[in-house]
Write a protein that binds this ligand. Structure first.
Ligand code: BGC
Length: 573
């Protein structure tokens, strides 16, 4: 047995919380226009309370031209009419709190929309103006400035610079409709501190910080020959081996646009803003969560030091392939590096930017391919993927720390891999010249009721992306109360996780099982025995320990004292 992590003796909610991601445009549509909205969310919050999660995180609902589904914010203090009004946001927050759910909202500080009033003013004011200084405008290279200021590529494909009529270029690490802010400008810092206070005063419990590793760029914006990718999956084999290492420091392999030391000062100042809202005598009641695709994990841990953020998404876990040794290594490294700074580990398998995990796990190399799947590509095995997806979720939910669920995974939803190309909206599909399917396939509106139009997503039957006709069995009402359904598996797992305080537990690896089995015990601080978790990632059944007392299994056990392939079980330890 190897002790990897001591139990926490703390009650700060975010250390152990299960946080459910709502993607507003696809959760529930209250007004029938085919796009989800805040009243739709509020009406369905009881589903989340019944599921047993602790908090919701909502992707952006701010005023936005929706060029990147709301991650292009035109006004950080208002709701887009697509989603409702500020009064609807207040009602959603109040209802969530009534149900005992905390609310985390999305903050997008790396860039604004090109329709934000600051960017419009920057275009109007001209080169050298204070208005331009809030963004990263530069003159181009070449005799007439006709070449971009450096060689950076957008994360969504194509150049990261766009030239405007007067000849200057502006930087956008994402779409050209998402100009990057200049975080060395004090006005930018003051503005976002004020935006934080605006939402804290409305009662939110925390912020998920978009592209948290991107705000500060290396001095001089040096060229870089690496590849910028989402979800921490930068593949070293795609970088040019002969290229000079300009812009790279020893500690960072993420390029001069990411993970610069200067970002940490920003998060310290935000921490202080959040602390202003702690009730007397309490500490860290509001949380900051970094979305930072930073490797290795020791670099990520810097974002969650005591005076910075509370959590960072663990994309190393999300991108781990279906391999027991790989999971053991990622889990051990996550717990060790985060324990070293006193922060909880986080665990996540799916979100709005990656192929849903049951579909990834149903591919010939299970766990690969985060960037969308076209109909003409190798299709996932839906049944095998779901079986593995449930097994993966069940061992994730036993791990100490905080876990993130993405809407619809509690229904076992697969990726929509047969979307017609003419309905796609993701800028990544367009900017890669259609080389990447992009993220629309994981953003399809949820099925709530098997027999209703749009499976109950919208009262009119409209949906902004088509749902697969085969989704009726996945609908929430087709699974509620049905033993063995994915929805009931999630509910049982969350109830047991709470009962056994698994999120606050210690973890030790248990020896004596095949290398293909992820085997660990999670035990409470009071010295109780806890729960033994066995996940069989191999291809053949393995024996269960004698007298095994199963609390929950991801698939019905055969009753012959074995654990079949692709199944996880929680046993009384
Ligand atoms: C969000 C994406 C978004 C990008 C640009 C991300 O990391 O999760 O959905 O496209 O930031 O804001």
């Amino acid at each position: 047995m190897t002790l990897t992590h001591e139990p926490f003796g703390t009650t700060e909610w975010w250390r152990t919380a299960v946080i459910y991601q709502v993607y507003p445009r696809s959760f529930a549509d209250g007004n029938g226009d085919g796009i989800g909205d805040l009243p739709g969310i509020t009406a369905r919050l009881d589903h989340l309370a019944a599921l047993g999660v602790d908090a919701v995180w909502l992707s952006p609902f701010y005023r936005s031209p929706q060029k990147d589904a709301g991650y292009d914010v035109a006004d950080y203090r208002d709701i887009d009419p697509l989603f409702g009004t500020l009064a609807d946001a207040d009602a959603m927050i109040a209802r969530a709190h009534d149900l005992g759910l905390r609310v985390i909202v999305d903050l997008v500080p790396n860039h604004t929309s090109s329709e934000h009033e600051w960017f419009r003013a920057a275009l109007a004011a001209g080169p050298g103006s204070p208005e331009r200084d809030r963004y990263l405008f530069r003159d181009g290279q070449g005799a007439g400035g006709e070449l971009p200021p450096n060689n950076w590529q957008s994360v969504f494909g194509g150049p990261a610079w766009t030239r405007i009529d007067d000849g200057q270029w502006y930087l956008h690490l994402f779409d050209s409709s998402q100009p990057d802010l200049d975080w060395t400008n004090p006005q930018v810092r003051a503005e976002f501190e004020d935006v934080l206070r605006f939402w804290l005063r409305r009662g939110v419990d925390g912020f998920r910080v978009d592209v948290a590793h991107g705000l500060v760029k290396a001095e001089g914006l040096p060229d870089w020959h690496g590849t910028v990718e989402m979800a921490g999956s930068t593949d070293p084999s795609t970088t040019d081996p002969g290229a000079p290492e300009d812009g790279q420091t020893e500690a960072s392999t993420n390029g001069p646009m990411f993970d610069q030391d200067g970002v940490h000062e920003i998060y310290r100042s935000w921490r202080a803003v959040l602390d202003e809202f702690d009730p007397p005598g309490e500490r860290h009641t509001r949380a900051l969560v970094a979305e930072a695709w930073v490797e290795p994990l020791s670099r990520l841990a810097r974002y969650v030091r005591d005076d910075e953020m509370q959590q960072a998404f663990n994309f190393s876990f999300l991108t781990t392939l279906w391999d027991a040794a790989a999971y053991r290594a990622t889990i051990t490294e996550s717990l060790r590096t985060l324990d070293a700074v006193g922060a909880p580990a986080t665990w996540v398998l799916s979100n709005h930017d990656v192929v849903r995990h049951p579909s990834r796990l149903g591919l010939p190399v299970p766990g690969t391919k985060t960037n969308g799947i076209f109909a003409h590509e190798t299709q996932p095995d839906e049944a095998l993927g779901l079986r593995r997806g449930r097994a993966a979720t069940l061992f994730m939910l036993a791990l100490p720390g905080s876990a993130y669920l993405y809407q619809g995974e509690e229904l076992g939803l697969p990726e929509h891999t047969a979307l017609p190309d003419d309905v796609r909206e993701d800028p990544a599909y367009f900017r890669t010249g259609h080389a990447e399917a992009g993220r629309d396939g994981c953003r399809v509106p949820l099925p709530w009721a098997a027999g209703e139009p749009a499976f109950g997503f919208s009262p009119t039957g409209r949906t902004w992306l088509p749902q697969p006709t085969s989704w009726a069995p996945y609908a929430a009402d087709a699974q509620a109360g049905v033993p063995g359904s994915t929805l009931e598996l999630y509910r049982s797992a969350l109830a047991l996780r709470r009962e056994h305080a698994l999120g606050a537990g210690g973890l030790e690896w248990v020896a004596g099982y095949s290398d293909d089995v992820v085997a660990f015990r999670v035990f409470p601080a009071d010295g109780g025995a806890g729960v033994l978790v066995l996940a069989n990632l191999g291809t053949t059944a393995v024996p269960l320990p004698e007298g095994a007392d199963a609390l929950l299994a991801s698939t019905d056990l055969p009753g012959d004292e074995t654990l079949p392939a692709d199944v996880t079980v929680w046993l009384r330890a």
